[in-house]
Design a protein around this ligand. Structure first.
Ligand SMILES: *Cc1c(COP(=O)(O)O)cnc(C)c1O
Length: 405
């Protein structure tokens, strides 16, 4: 018979490891419950700031560390972690909009952002409209007296149009509208969303990220962030975050912390390969158009160049682009092309080690006219970390199989 006190002893064990353990990566702290020294300490703790710990949902050393590092990446001051990029979008819209109010979304927005607008937001009596991401005049014309929030994406993540972000943020400022950028593509690396002109004079009010993409880099974690610079706005978003019960696991936070040091290298490598393949694809007979903001002639290229072009060199872009397949080739041939690819796997998301491909049916996704996109089927590529020559050979054999060229 074991000691009857053993279970208690195993839970309330006196051992404390020595302090001062230092390693490259921060520790993984996991908690629902946080232990207080005494009742007075429990009553004194304040979850609203990050000076102490109260409950797992309100943060641990691991999540606080990730939040601070993401603020450094983005140029923000407050960060909230949520279970997915979509949860970050939902947290923002649910927090900032009331019944009778209205928001504007770019016509090329991340699809589920629109779905939320059609679903719960409409159900709560919150209106929305799409605006043409290529037209500042269209955005201005769609602002109503009850408009409160403008969503921005640079570029749209399927058709890759890069908007005139500076003009759009200026317009939102002039009209007193909160503007929130889905900065998953920029990842904090392509441009500074809170300091668009480099002089501290102009920035978005908040950004959301799918940390699922570049910050995770593995295709194996779902997480999102909301980053702000204004403490009042940060607190509004945080109160909604708390009331909705959003939080992330310590293990997932650690996975992102582990990938974060290499984000700039991975981003750069995927950018380089994506641009080389996009240039090569532009020369293939089956390809009617390449949609990559860093390529001349791509919709919004000048806006990309102004914001991400840098003073010299090639500028910065993510490893994501689309092509429009010549309409002479029908949907079946395009599907055959995607199915014929060996290294490119068919799957959503991006920013991971494996290259991915998805065909899209554009007309069903858009409300505004899209004269900037040629007719034909859109195929989006997310470039991974494979060797460029192998990816090119894979594209070549699939083009030949599907289109005979
Ligand atoms: C993937 C993605 C999201 C959503 O992220 P999840 O973590 O998959 O919910 C939001 N915005 C953009 C632009 C994305 O690509």
């Amino acid at each position: 018979m074991t000691d009857p006190q053993l279970p208690t002893h195993l839970i309330h064990h006196p051992y404390q490891p020595p302090a001062g353990f230092v390693a490259p990566q921060p520790a993984v702290h996991k908690a629902s419950t946080v232990i207080f020294e005494n009742v007075a300490a429990m009553r004194a703790r304040q979850w609203l700031d990050k000076s102490s710990y109260t409950y797992g949902l309100h943060g641990t050393p691991t999540t606080f560390t990730l939040e601070e590092r993401l603020c450094a990446l983005e140029g923000g001051l407050q960060c909230l972690l949520v279970p997915s990029g979509l949860a970050a979008i939902a947290n923002v819209s649910l927090s900032l909009l009331r019944t009778g109010e209205h928001m504007l979304l770019p016509d090329n927005a991340y699809g589920p952002n629109k779905t939320l607008a059609h679903g719960e937001l409409a159900q709560f009596g919150i209106g929305h409209d799409g605006y043409d991401p290529m037209s500042i005049d269209d955005l201005a014309a769609r602002i109503r007296p009850e408009t409160r929030l403008v969503w921005l994406e640079a570029p749209g993540s399927v058709t890759m149009e890069f908007p005139d972000l500076v003009a759009m943020v200026r317009l939102c400022r002039e009209r007193g509208l909160i503007c929130v950028l889905d900065n998953t593509w920029g990842a904090g690396l392509a441009f500074r969303p809170f300091d668009l002109l480099g002089d501290g004079a102009l920035g978005v009010d908040a950004t959301v990220h799918a940390l699922t993409k570049y910050p995770s880099g593995g295709g194996d974690v779902l997480m999102g962030s909301i980053i702000t610079r204004d403490p009042g706005l940060g607190m509004r978003l945080k109160l909604t975050h708390m009331r909705l019960g959003l939080g992330v696991s310590g293990n997932d936070a650690e996975t992102v912390l582990r990938s974060l040091p290499s984000i700039a290298l991975r981003y750069q490598a995927q950018d380089r390969t994506a641009r080389a393949l996009a240039r090569w694809l532009a020369e293939q007979p089956a390809v009617a158009q390449v949609l990559h903001p860093a390529m001349q002639g791509s919709p919004g290229h000048a806006s990309w160049k102004a914001l991400c072009g840098g003073d010299q060199g090639e500028g910065v872009a993510a490893g994501l682009f689309s092509v429009v397949i010549d309409p002479a080739h029908g949907q079946e041939a395009v599907d055959r092309f995607c199915d014929s690819l060996q290294l490119f796997k068919i799957g959503y998301s991006w920013g991971g080690p494996m290259s991915l491909v998805v065909p899209y049916e554009l007309p069903s996704m858009r409300g505004c006219a899209t004269p900037q996109i040629r007719s034909g089927t859109v195929v989006r590529f997310a470039i991974g970390l494979e060797a460029q020559a192998d990816l090119r050979a894979d594209l070549q054999q699939a083009l030949t199989q599907a289109f005979g060229a």
